[in-house]
Ligand binder design. Structure first.
Ligand SMILES: Cc1cc2nc3c(=O)[nH]c(=O)nc-3n(C[C@H](O)[C@H](O)[C@H](O)COP(=O)(O)OP(=O)(O)OC[C@H]3O[C@@H](n4cnc5c(N)ncnc54)[C@H](O)[C@@H]3O)c2cc1C
Length: 451
């Protein structure tokens, strides 16, 4: 068994792949062309299609939304300012996304933050708060100890939730409450619902700032755009919801608009909820269906507020709070002011509550929460935009949430190819929950077809 992050990239296989000759529409083909359909124009689908296109395969990408990028969703908050409503940070360890940015001449800019805290009504600027000394020491030990865990240890750890693991290791009181605030921000739900293995692996194997390091200048969605240009926009069909997949000697894909596509291979990159709505013939194996219906996704709400002035002063400002707005960060870092955007990022039940409130209510709650840090945030607010991933029609969540006992059971089942179909997407990745993971799995699926 490989370690969670020990992802063996198959890009070498891509370059060693067969040269496929295209002979369109003739009986006298020298070698049969492999046609591939990818469902989903998120980073997994686009990187799969791009890898195949580079090897001469004919690829068609089907996307149900009216845009590409999927859960990477940049938004123009004002003429000058762009924010991310979906995937935000590119990690220092995320080498493949960095390589692609480099290749497409997209600049990656610093997006590291120094975290302030509001806890029980007290405001503590960055650098003035921390954990108790005993817990800080223990935390370092736990992270170091991860490297020595055996496969059996890891499976054992996966049986527990992250909250219980922390408690069992002596985290308590204020330390525990603050860890819960921080870590639930990463997983998008209460840490009582997160596999302890999944959490420990993430913290032990991530960069110093926990992969919150960089972002793409001008918006992360630009990477999706560049990939789409390289694939050929004519090969990407938007507003095309796949409802049926029929697999015989080939695979026939049917969309709601009645369009049908036939291919030799299919790469399906859609999240579990979307998968559950497709009619498969023959039916998916019962175990796979069960896994699709079991995997949960994190409820994350992003509430973006455009302020007339950047009262938070530091470009790398972020702040954890123990209130409904949960976590604030400067979303226009590296972009010229004077206006700037703070995103209030809520998770789990908090996200569902925030999402149901009017802008007026959210503005009041945000201003109240920020009070210990800035006296009159309300008077500086110019515009608000809210996006709740928990109710997103397609994914019903931001990213997959592996609960206790699920990492080593559900994920392998969900990753299993079925007849002509390979599966990909963030939920199947070693870098699960990240853009990097989506790209890795897309390229991995492509390499399985290329051979
Ligand atoms: C709020 C939020 C914060 C995040 N923060 C970060 C972060 O800081 N750093 C990071 O690296 N990652 C982050 N992520 C995760 C990252 O955005 C995802 O891991 C990645 O974008 C997922 O890509 P994907 O291709 O696997 O899935 P998707 O992007 O969801 O792509 C799947 C595509 O398939 C389409 N589709 C679904 N069903 C059908 C159908 N039946 N027919 C046709 N098309 C269909 C969907 O519309 C979608 O476009 C965040 C995500 C969210 C939502």
């Amino acid at each position: 068994m490989i370690s969670r992050r020990n992802f063996v990239r198959k890009t070498a296989l891509l370059s060693a792949g067969l040269i496929v000759q295209h002979q369109v529409g003739t009986i006298a083909t020298i070698r049969k062309r492999t046609d591939v359909v990818c469902i989903g124009a998120g980073l997994a689908g686009l990187s799969a299609a791009y890898a195949l296109k580079q090897k001469g395969y004919k690829v068609t990408v089907l996307e149900c939304r009216d845009r590409i990028g999927g859960r990477v969703f940049s938004h123009q908050m004002s003429e000058q300012l762009v924010i991310e409503l979906g995937g935000e940070w590119v990690g220092n360890s995320h080498s493949r996304i960095q390589e692609l940015c480099n290749q497409f001449k997209l600049d990656l800019i610093n997006n590291q933050m120094d975290t302030h805290l509001i806890y029980k009504g007290d405001y503590a600027p960055a650098g003035t708060w921390g954990f108790s000394e005993p817990w800080s020491k223990k935390w370092e030990q736990l992270l170091k100890g991860y490297a020595d865990l055996t496969d059996k240890d890891k499976q054992h750890l996966d049986q527990y939730d992250w909250w219980r693991y922390l408690v069992n290791n002596g985290c308590e009181g204020r330390d525990l409450e603050i860890r819960e605030l921080l870590d639930s921000t990463d997983f998008g739900e209460s840490i009582r619902q997160v596999s302890a293995f999944s959490a420990l692996a993430e913290y032990a194997e991530s960069s110093e700032k926990n992969e919150m390091d960089l972002k793409i200048k001008g918006g992360n969605q630009q990477l999706a755009m560049r990939l789409a240009d390289a694939i050929g926009r004519e090969n990407i069909i938007l507003n095309c919801t796949v409802t049926q997949v029929q697999q015989t000697d080939q695979v026939t894909i049917t969309c709601t608009n009645g369009k049908q596509f036939t291919a030799d291979k299919l790469i399906c990159t859609i999240p579990a909820f979307a998968l559950s709505k497709i009619n498969w013939s023959p039916a998916l194996p019962a175990e796979q269906l069960q896994a699709i219906n079991t995997l949960q996704y994190a409820r994350i709400n992003k509430h973006a507020v455009l302020f007339g002035q950047r009262f938070w002063k530091e470009d790398g400002f972020d702040m954890v709070t123990d209130q409904l707005p949960h976590y604030f960060y400067h979303a226009t870092r590296g972009q010229a002011g004077p206006e700037g955007v703070l995103i209030s990022y809520s998770i789990g039940d908090k996200a569902a509550v925030v999402a149901n409130q009017s802008n007026a209510v959210n503005a009041r709650v945000i201003a109240d929460t920020l009070q210990p840090c800035v006296k009159d945030a309300a008077s500086l607010m110019r515009k608000q935009v809210n996006y709740y991933w928990g109710n997103d029609d397609i994914s019903k969540g931001a990213y997959a949430l592996y609960g206790p006992g699920q990492w080593f059971t559900l994920r392998p089942v969900l990753s299993r190819p079925f007849k002509h179909t390979h599966f990909a997407g963030e939920h199947l990745a070693d870098w699960q929950g990240f853009m990097e993971g989506a790209i890795n799995t897309g390229e991995e699926a492509a390499s399985q077809i290329i051979g």
